[in-house]
Design a protein around this ligand. Structure first.
Ligand code: KDG
Length: 323
């Protein structure tokens, strides 16, 4: 089963200590980027994945290409451009003790110049799912046009579209800009993934979460299901009249980045393999819970065996651990 995705892959510089970056001297280097992480996650869960992106003609671009290759994500559609690869820094635990701040150095990056003419219909042949997120169309006008073209081809080829709203306030600074940028993609998604924070940001005029869910449902006219991620409060899926809820696992959080991507990878994989909504949410929550224990976004993404091990340990404790 082939999955195709589109997005920017960046180099993440993740401080080994918490606190203001002024005083941080040591950083770990990781490869990151929401959509690429989802593809790595799905490739660990057995899917064939291909990724459309552009990297710089530089050492970081080479690092990203070799990481995608070694993680089993196809790089046949990756462009190399004479611009820098995007980079971002994290600032951990400051000023809010358990939160991570993101500082982007990605304006004018190789990916921001990707244009619709560079997207070939051939890329989509035999794919069963196209996935991207709200980050991609927020990066530049040409990235938005490229995302629209990818949606249009996916629709024409009858490929299911999954879209995670994934709002980054540094890219979409107000609810008006966010809605204006994302509405068209929300409208076209077959599977819409979103978070409570994203809904709060998109619809500040609405007071209750129920009203916000009704609002996103009214926008997502083609969605066969809407998934609401609520972090430590768990997750819900809405499909027709059915609502399924699963609480989150309680785990120690080292670095929350990547949890939403792991959730998406496990959820989408489960749905494509015909698992129930309840199983899909359980696997998705487990994947998110495993990933928050580690620095870097995708390194700790689990296989099915690791997911089952984690879930059985959470349920049964030490004695019934299947090894
Ligand atoms: O999902 C985690 C990502 O948000 C982060 O690592 C980088 O993709 C990223 C972005 O564009 O913010």
């Amino acid at each position: 089963m082939k999955i195709i995705s589109l997005g920017e892959v960046l180099i993440q510089l993740n401080p080994v200590s918490k606190g203001p970056l002024r005083y941080v001297d040591l950083f770990e280097k990781h490869v990151a980027g929401s959509e690429a992480s989802v593809m790595i996650g799905m490739s660990r869960l057995g899917f064939t994945t291909e990724f459309i992106t552009a990297v710089g003609e530089d050492e970081f671009g080479k690092c990203i290409l070799s990481t995608l290759n070694s993680e089993g994500v196809g790089t046949n559609f990756v462009k190399v451009k004479p611009y820098p690869t995007g980079v971002y820094f994290l600032q951990r635990g400051y000023p809010i003790s358990n939160k991570t701040d993101v500082l982007y150095y990605r304006k004018g990056s190789a990916f921001s110049f990707l244009s619709p003419e560079e997207i070939d219909e051939e890329y989509f042949k035999d794919a069963m799912l196209f996935h991207t997120s709200g980050i991609t169309p927020s990066l530049s006008e040409s990235c938005k046009a490229t995302t629209l073209k990818a949606f249009e081809i996916a629709r024409r080829y009858n490929i299911k579209i999954s879209f995670d709203t994934n709002i980054r306030k540094k890219l979409l600074p107000s609810s008006e800009i966010a809605l204006d940028t994302l509405e068209i993609f929300i409208k076209e998604a077959d599977i819409l993934l979103t978070g409570q924070g994203d809904l709060d940001f998109l619809f500040p005029e609405l007071n209750s979460i129920e009203a916000k869910i009704d609002k996103i449902k009214s926008l997502a006219v083609k969605a066969e299901m809407i998934v609401l991620k609520m972090g430590e409060k768990g997750a819900k899926v809405f499909r027709d009249k059915e609502i399924v809820y699963k609480p989150a696992y309680k785990v120690e959080v080292v670095d929350e980045l990547g949890a939403g991507d792991a959730f998406d990878a496990a959820f989408l994989s489960s749905i494509l393999l015909g698992k129930s909504l309840s199983e899909a949410l359980t696997y998705a929550n487990a994947a998110g819970a495993i990933v928050v224990g580690f620095m870097g976004d995708f390194e700790a993404f689990p296989s099915w065996r690791e997911l089952d091990l984690f879930i059985s340990y959470q349920k049964e404790g030490e004695q019934k651990l299947i090894r």
